[in-house]
Design a protein around this ligand. Structure first.
Ligand code: HEC
Ligand code: HEC
Ligand code: HEC
Ligand code: HEC
Ligand code: HEC
Ligand code: HEC
Ligand code: HEC
Ligand code: HEC
Ligand code: HEC
Ligand code: HEC
Ligand code: HEC
Ligand code: HEC
Ligand code: HEC
Length: 459
């Protein structure tokens, strides 16, 4: 009840009418009196403060304030002048409390009502159903002044629901912002000590975790799992990594790996990691944790089992020896076939155009295929005849790199395939390597040999 309705309630009571008759009615409550600062309340001599008629509720409650329990009204409601039962309005409530209580060891951050001296905003001076004569139990006290929607989300953080606000916030003051019990993430670690251990162990800490757990988790409640501010972790990540959102939305070749139900955390740990980029495992191990099986589709397309391929083919390509699948593939998607970082033709033949080999020429020199004659640019030559030029630099039926090389691993040296898909047919290559050259017996022509020192005359 606010003071206005209290006055109305009192005005309509029988007791008040009696009081009015004896002309003290208009000032019958001390609170009303306090509102009329300076005026005194007069109570008839010999009358007890607490009786069936007067202040019957004062001192009755599960938790009664010490001096009230002893019936000592007069310490707080002080006599004015000589006349007994004349009481002064309490103007400085805080000062009054501090007459008996130690001034609270005030921290640097003081709760506004405490700073305002509004002790009775939370404590009833007489009694209450709650410990410490609090005006509300648990969170209800705080919601007298704060918006209850703080704890109103669909997913409420367990301590808010179970223990109330006081486990994290000091009611009066503290040395930490928002009157928290500890500094920053330490508040969270008081309970989530397992996380603290995990965080101490691992080398790479995600930026916002250092800034504070509350960058992502509401300490109170939210509408989504783990008290996150968004339904999916992906939406959460995009609030800060908007460039990734743009990159992913522009990709015309999507990676199945980022479209799983687990979203971004299929690969990234939102908190800490032992690997760069917050990855859950060493980069290549991560790729192979999913690419350890073949994915096949009813329309006949498939994605090969890369783990087995690498195990069965011991001659690994440079970037794979470096365990860097991302050197060629963009995990977040791409505009190129097979989420490649550069264009790479899907076909066996393509009219010669250096742009066709953008991917390979990210690392290798494009002069490899440019000159018909060379003694330096490539070892795939017969004398000074550049065999890369012969095969690739042709229109319309130039061979693409895939006609001979595999980008991942082979049993042959120089990443030459055993066979290459040619339509439905696996065209064998029949490659042999010699000291200064090699030879092949492919499905497309008779055996040819080459030698970098002395040109071999093939039939
Ligand atoms: C520890 C100090 C203290 C003691 C002891 C105390 N009061 Fe109060 N009382 C207050 C304060 C503070 C207020 C509120 C004044 C304000 O907010 O301005 C108050 C208000 C009142 C009011 C106004 C109505 C209300 O409840 O808000 C009445 C009536 C009252 N007291 C009666 C008593 C009686 C009767 C006793 C003795 C049994 C008593 N008080 C003992 C501090 C005390
Ligand atoms: C006349 C002295 C006196 C005044 C004035 C006084 N108190 Fe008290 N207060 C006590 C005593 C005595 C106790 C009981 C101490 C105990 O149980 O340890 C007490 C207990 C309390 C408690 C409960 C503490 C506990 O540990 O359970 C609170 C809260 C409290 N007072 C708040 C206030 C507030 C707020 C005011 C000002 C409105 C106030 N007191 C004014 C004497 C006073
Ligand atoms: C925002 C609400 C709020 C305000 C305002 C407030 N208190 Fe408290 N107070 C509490 C709560 C909650 C507790 C119980 C703390 C606990 O659970 O340990 C408490 C406990 C106390 C206690 C007993 C425990 C202790 O810390 O000694 C005293 C005495 C006390 N308050 C006095 C005061 C005084 C005096 C003021 C005004 C200067 C005041 N309070 C203002 C909420 C408040
Ligand atoms: C009597 C009214 C009142 C009660 C009851 C109350 N508060 Fe407050 N509180 C305020 C006011 C006023 C402010 C300062 C204005 C604001 O930031 O909302 C404040 C500020 C705060 C702040 C800091 C807000 C900020 O953004 O810096 C926190 C945290 C807080 N209160 C927690 C609590 C908790 C926990 C409780 C319950 C133990 C509680 N309050 C009970 C009035 C109250
Ligand atoms: C698990 C610890 C914890 C609990 C329990 C908790 N809070 Fe907080 N509260 C925090 C942290 C941490 C912040 C600081 C958030 C930030 O900096 O963004 C905060 C901030 C606040 C603020 C400032 C406004 C805001 O939302 O940032 C208010 C008000 C507040 N809390 C009230 C409450 C109330 C009321 C309760 C009980 C219903 C409560 N808190 C329970 C940890 C907690
Ligand atoms: C007073 C102890 C306490 C404090 C302090 C605390 N928590 Fe919690 N938290 C819990 C409990 C208990 C659970 C429920 C655990 C469960 O359900 O397995 C929980 C659950 C969570 C969950 C959801 C976990 C899940 O598996 O659903 C997150 C996220 C979380 N807390 C984050 C935080 C953050 C961030 C902070 C600091 C602002 C924090 N907690 C402070 C006790 C605490
Ligand atoms: C970048 C955002 C972000 C930050 C910052 C963050 N978290 Fe999380 N947290 C998440 C996400 C996303 C999940 C959900 C993981 C999942 O779906 O398995 C999560 C889950 C959790 C869980 C429950 C699941 C688990 O891993 O046990 C806890 C507890 C938790 N976080 C605590 C914390 C603590 C403590 C901090 C601060 C030290 C923190 N978080 C900081 C994003 C974050
Ligand atoms: C509150 C903002 C915020 C949210 C939400 C967020 N991040 Fe971050 N993230 C950062 C910041 C800040 C950095 C550090 C940036 C830096 O060091 O360049 C970072 C760094 C990263 C890095 C490492 C980048 C690098 O170059 O080393 C990865 C990977 C990452 N975040 C992934 C995620 C994922 C996945 C999510 C969702 C689970 C997410 N982030 C959510 C702010 C955020
Ligand atoms: C399939 C695994 C995988 C998934 C799922 C994934 N990432 Fe990554 N992410 C990586 C790898 C591997 C790297 C490091 C190499 C690189 O740059 O590609 C990385 C790097 C990053 C980086 C830092 C470097 C950069 O490219 O900016 C950010 C930020 C990032 N990811 C955000 C995200 C977000 C946001 C999501 C969810 C939409 C996500 N990732 C999903 C594997 C993944
Ligand atoms: C969380 C599991 C997962 C991880 C981790 C993962 N992938 Fe994938 N990847 C998939 C799925 C699922 C597909 C789609 C398979 C299908 O066609 O059904 C896919 C498809 C691909 C494709 C074929 C794309 C196309 O559509 O043509 C390539 C290439 C690929 N992944 C490379 C990588 C690389 C490189 C990494 C490591 C950086 C990686 N993947 C990590 C699950 C994953
Ligand atoms: C040197 C560049 C390069 C590197 C490094 C690389 N890839 Fe590839 N990847 C390619 C090319 C080119 C293709 C397309 C091959 C084709 O169609 O013949 C491809 C295709 C794939 C495919 C689809 C295979 C299929 O044909 O079904 C998967 C899966 C794949 N890569 C995974 C990986 C993984 C995992 C790694 C790291 C172990 C990796 N790649 C490293 C270039 C590379
Ligand atoms: C990310 C860089 C990178 C890309 C892209 C790349 N390679 Fe390589 N390649 C290397 C490295 C590193 C080596 C090992 C060092 C060396 O011998 O040059 C290598 C070695 C080779 C070798 C064996 C060289 C030798 O002398 O043993 C061949 C053949 C080869 N690459 C072909 C290709 C083809 C074909 C492509 C395009 C599908 C390609 N590479 C794309 C980095 C790359
Ligand atoms: C007709 C088969 C064939 C085609 C097509 C082919 N290569 Fe080669 N390539 C070879 C052979 C055979 C070698 C090994 C030469 C040696 O060391 O004996 C080789 C060697 C290489 C080397 C190692 C360095 C060198 O030149 O000796 C690189 C790099 C290379 N090729 C890249 C490519 C690229 C990029 C393409 C596509 C533009 C391509 N190759 C197309 C057969 C081919």
């Amino acid at each position: 009840m606010d003071s206005k309705s209290r006055v109305i309630a009192v005005l309509s009571s029988k007791w008040l009418k009696v009081c009015m008759v004896i002309l003290i009615a208009s000032l019958c409550t001390l609170e009303a009196c306090a509102k009329n600062a300076g005026k005194n309340v007069v109570i008839a001599a010999g009358q007890s403060c607490v009786s069936a008629e007067c202040h019957p509720a004062v001192g009755k409650g599960a938790f009664v304030h010490g001096p009230v329990a002893t019936g000592d009204c007069s310490f707080c409601h002080r006599l004015a002048g000589e006349t007994p039962h004349q009481f002064l309005a309490i103007e400085d409530v805080e000062g009054l409390c501090f007459e008996c209580h130690e001034k609270m060891d005030l921290g640097t951050v003081v709760h506004q009502p405490v700073a305002d001296g509004n002790c009775t905003g939370c404590h009833d001076p007489h009694q209450s159903a709650n410990r410490f004569q609090l005006k509300g139990g648990g969170s209800a006290l705080c919601f007298e002044c704060h918006d209850a929607s703080i704890g109103g989300g669909k997913v409420v953080h367990s301590p808010v629901e179970v223990d109330g606000c006081g486990v994290c916030h000091a009611p009066h003051s503290s040395d930490f912002q928002k009157m928290l019990m500890a500094e920053g993430n330490e508040v969270c670690f008081t309970c989530h000590s397992d996380k603290q251990d995990e965080f101490a162990e691992k080398k790479y800490v995600h930026g916002p975790v250092t800034d504070g757990c509350v960058e992502c988790h509401s300490p109170h409640s939210s509408d989504f799992n783990f008290n996150l501010p968004a339904k999916s972790n992906q939406d959460l990540c995009f609030t800060c990594h908007s460039d990734k959102q743009v990159e992913i939305s522009k990709a015309t070749v999507k990676h199945g790996g980022i479209e799983t139900d687990t979203g971004c955390i299929a690969c990234h740990n939102p908190h800490v990691s032992s690997f760069p980029f917050q990855l859950d495992a060493a980069p290549m191990d991560l790729c192979l944790s999913c690419h350890d099986r073949e994915y096949s589709h009813p329309n006949g397309t498939s994605v090969a089992d890369m783990k087995t391929l690498l195990e069965n083919n011991s001659s690994h390509h440079g970037p794979i020896i470096d365990k860097d699948c991302s050197a060629c593939h963009n995990t977040h998607g791409s505009v190129n076939f097979r989420i490649l970082r550069g264009y790479f033709p899907q076909k066996f033949y393509a009219p010669y155009n250096p742009d066709n080999f953008e991917l390979c020429f990210m690392c290798h020199n494009d002069t490899l295929v440019k000159d018909a004659k060379t003694t330096t640019l490539t070892a795939f030559r017969n004398g000074d005849q550049n065999l890369h030029y012969v095969h690739v630099n042709k229109t319309p039926k130039g061979r693409t790199c895939r006609a001979c090389h595999d980008a991942h691993a082979t049993t042959n040296p120089k990443h030459i395939r055993d066979a290459v898909p040619f339509g439905a047919y696996q065209l064998p290559i029949g490659f042999t390597k010699s000291k200064s050259g090699g030879g092949c017996l492919p499905g497309c022509h008779q055996e040819f040999k080459y030698d970098t020192n002395t040109r071999v005359k093939n039939r």
